[in-house]
Design a protein around this ligand. Structure first.
Ligand SMILES: [Zn+2]
Ligand SMILES: [Zn+2]
Length: 360
């Protein structure tokens, strides 16, 4: 089967033929129908996110179950499935406390034995998924069966971008009807956050992004106001749009200390700042110590949108099916497996929200 494999940090991935190893107990082989190209794939290519090399990129996909290993009970060949890069163990301290997104074993499957052989030797699946390939194999807990009604091309984005963006608003920030929300950064995850704010009944949804096309997509996804950070001071613009108070919820989806600070400044006293963007390990955020106490804002980290794929994916599928969640608004380009590096360039230039590889 063909896969987009990264051999060297910073280099473009190459399409090559891999042989998957045979299934072990509780593993599932999936034939991919579609796979999104996520910003985290670019972070893996550039070395700011860890992966064992060589690695098949991609961690956001949907497809059809081709084969199951012994002991698999939750799915069977022919099922339509969404893949999750968190495979909850259901036994660690976090899983037992209902926080599957923090599972200490959730990513083990990407850092264990190689899953395939390629022309240059063993290959690992990035984030345990390796969805930018015609096929992959995963632990059954990372394979979530969904209704066959939803086209798999739309389902593909649910496993990372949509769970993360909608989850950040619904599960991390707990936005309530009538509140005001600012989303800083309107790539695929940011647009999903805008849609999450709309689904939550936010009264005003402000979206900030320097790209005019990203601001247009934010308006189409439900933003009520857009801010151009290149032209306007984001905290000042947010205060102006909220009677001088600042927003109830600042949602940061960029991952830079500067945008985290400006999201903090745009959030009202007592408000909630949710950090979704994946920043660098050496990029410290500076916040005045007095403000941390006196302004009583809460800062929340949001990994995987604080979601549990088993609990949260099926309702997202229902929302897409009844037209309440518009996944098509996040897809701006359909590409082939050979175009993954071009998708990174388009992502960096903010030309697209999401590029999706569709397998024939
Ligand atoms: Zn992702
Ligand atoms: Zn666990």
């Amino acid at each position: 089967m063909k896969a987009s494999v990264l051999h060297e940090l910073g280099a473009p991935p190459v399409v090559e033929e891999l042989d998957l190893r045979s299934l072990r107990p509780h593993e599932v082989r999936v034939r991919l129908a579609a796979s999104g190209v996520c910003h985290t794939d670019l972070s893996i290519r550039d070395g700011s996110m860890p992966a064992l090399l060589p690695t098949t990129l991609g961690h956001e996909g949907a497809g059809v179950v081709a084969e199951i290993g012994s002991g698999v009970t939750r799915t069977k060949p022919g099922d339509h499935v969404v893949l999750s890069w968190v495979a909850p163990c259901r036994a660690c301290l976090h899983c037992l406390r209902g926080a599957a997104h923090l599972c200490v074993h959730g990513l083990d499957h990407g850092f264990g034995d190689p899953y395939a052989d390629g022309p240059a030797g063993p290959v690992w699946p990035a984030m345990g998924c390796g969805t930018l390939a015609e096929e992959t194999l995963l632990p059954e807990t990372a394979v979530i069966p969904i209704s066959a009604e939803l086209p798999l091309e739309q389902a593909a984005l649910l496993g990372c971008g949509v769970l993360t963006g909608v989850g950040a608003v619904v599960r991390t920030a707990h936005v309530r009807p009538g509140e005001t929300v600012l989303v800083v950064g309107c790539g695929g995850v940011g647009l999903a956050a805008v849609q999450g704010a709309r689904l939550s009944g936010a009264a005003r949804i402000l979206a900030a992004d320097p790209s005019p096309s990203a601001r247009e997509r934010a308006l189409a996804s439900g933003a009520t106001h857009v801010i151009d950070p290149a032209a306007d001071d984001v905290p000042a613009a947010a205060r102006e749009l909220t009677d001088g108070h600042g927003v109830d919820h600042g949602i940061e989806v960029v991952g830079l200390s500067t945008t985290i600070r400006s999201t903090y400044d745009a959030t009202r006293r007592g408000g909630i700042v949710t950090v979704v963007g994946a920043g660098r390990f050496d990029d410290d955020v500076s916040i005045p110590a007095l403000s941390l106490m006196a302004d009583a804002k809460q800062i929340r980290g949001s990994v995987f949108g604080s979601t549990d794929p088993d609990r949260d994916l099926p309702p997202l599928v229902d929302l897409v099916l009844r037209g309440a969640l518009d996944v098509n608004a996040l897809v701006t380009r359909r590409i082939g497996l050979a175009d993954v590096d071009g998708a990174f360039a388009a992502m960096t230039a903010a030309e697209v929200a999401r590029s999706v590889v569709v397998f024939g």
